[in-house]
Design a protein around this ligand. Sequence first.
Ligand code: ADP
Ligand code: MG
Length: 431
Amino acid sequence: MEYGIRTLDDVNVTNRTVLCRVDFNQPLNKKDGTLKSTKRIEAVIPTIKELILKKAKIVLLTHQGSDIEYNNFGSTKPHSIVLAQLLDYPVKYIDDICGPAAIAAIMNLDPGEVLLLENVRYEAEEQTLFEINVALHPDEQIQTRVIQKLAPLVDYYLCDAFAAAHRNQPSLCAFEYIVPSIMGRLFEKEYQVISAIMDNPTRPSVYILGGAKIADALMIMQQILDNNSADIILTGGLVANLCLVATGRNIGSTSYRLLEKKGFIEYIPQLKRILELYSTRIVLPVDLAYIDNNERMEVLVTQLPNDQSYLDIGSKTIAKYIDILNEAKTVFVNGPLGVFEELPSDLGTRSIWKCLEESEAYTVIGGGDSITAVENFIDASKISYICTGGGALIRFISGEELPVIKALRYSAAHFNFGGSDEHNQISSDSR
Ligand code: ADP
Ligand code: MG
C-alpha cells in the first residue's frame, strides 16, 4: 500500500454502494448557472468509468461555491448534465443531499448506475466559514447530518477531491472514521506526481512562483529551498514586486500602495530572511512593465518611475528566465508572471508559458489562474501534468499533512478491506 492509503485496487466494489466525494467546483456563468470550465469533471472521469465497469452503485457528492465564494454558490444540476455528456452515459441527479429523497434514490440504485447529489455546501457544517469559525473535531464531524444519514447507506467512501484535500469539512474528513475509505484515481495520480517532483525531481528543478497569493508563495518557498526540491525559484507577479521591496528596491508609491492594500507588507521581514539566506537561488526580475496609454513601457528595476503600476515582468527578465528554463529538467509553476488577462501585460506569462509548451522538461502547473493562462495561450497537452488543486497543492508542497490525507490514512490503518460485508466499526477510544 503506497502512501498508507487504500485505492480501488484494494477493494471489491461490485454491487457495492460507493460514495465518491469529488470536487466539481467551477466558476459559474451568472446568467444561467452553467459551468465556465469542465476540467475538474473531466479529471474524475477515469475513476467513475472504472466504477461503472466494475458495476458499483455510484453516488457522487461535490460542493459548488461557498460562503467565501458566494458568487459561484449554486446547484449541481448543470454538473450532472456535463458529466452525462462527458461519460456518454446516463447520470441521475437529485435535488437533495441526505434527506428522504436522496436516501431513496441511493437505495434504489442498480449496479453500474451513477447518481449525483445536490451541492453538499447547502449543509451548514460543510461551509468554509463554519470550518474556520467552529472547527469541528472528527468526533463531532461524524455527528453531522450528512455523515449520519449517508454513512449507513454506503459500503465504501472514495475521495477523489484532491483539490479540496486541505479542507477540514465533514464530507471530506469524517466518513473515513466510520466507513472503509479509499482515494480515487485522480487523487492517486496527483499524489504521485507531486510527491515525485518534491522528493526526487530530475535536476535542475526550477519553480516559477508568481500571481497574487503571497502567503502561499512564502510557505512553499521556504519548504522547497530547505529540502532542496527546488534548485532555482523564478519570481513574477505581485510575489516578485514584494520581493523587490524586501531587497530594498523602490518600486514607487503606486505599486507599493497596492501591496499595502492587500496586506502584504507584513510579510516583508520573513521574505527578507529567505531572500538573504537563499540569495543565489531566488531570481528576481531585472525589469518590469507598466502600461501608459495602452502602450507597454519597460524599465530596469534600478530605475522604476514613482507613479506606475507594475503589471508584468519586462523583456530582459523574460529572456533571462527562458535561458534558465531551457536548462531545467523539472519545472513547477504556480501563479502567472503578470496581469495576463489584459493586453499588453500578458506578454510575460504568454512568453514563459510558450517556453514551457516547447520545453523537454517535466512540467507541472497548478493554480486556477495559471491553468486559465494555459488554456488561453498554449496547447495544454504539451504540459506534463496540470493539477486540479490550488490551495491543496500549495499546502501539500509546503509539507503539511492535509486533513483528508490524514483521514484516509486513518481509515486504511483501522479497517479491514478484505471485502467483508460488515463495516468494521471502530471503538471510540481508538480514535
Ligand atoms: P493562481 O490562480 O494561478 O494560483 P493567483 O490567484 O495567485 O494565481 O494570481 C493570479 C492573479 O494575479 C491574476 O488575476 C493576475 O492578474 C494577478 N497578477 C499577476 N501579476 C500581477 C501584478 N504585477 N499586479 C497585479 N496583479 C497581478
Ligand atoms: Mg487565482
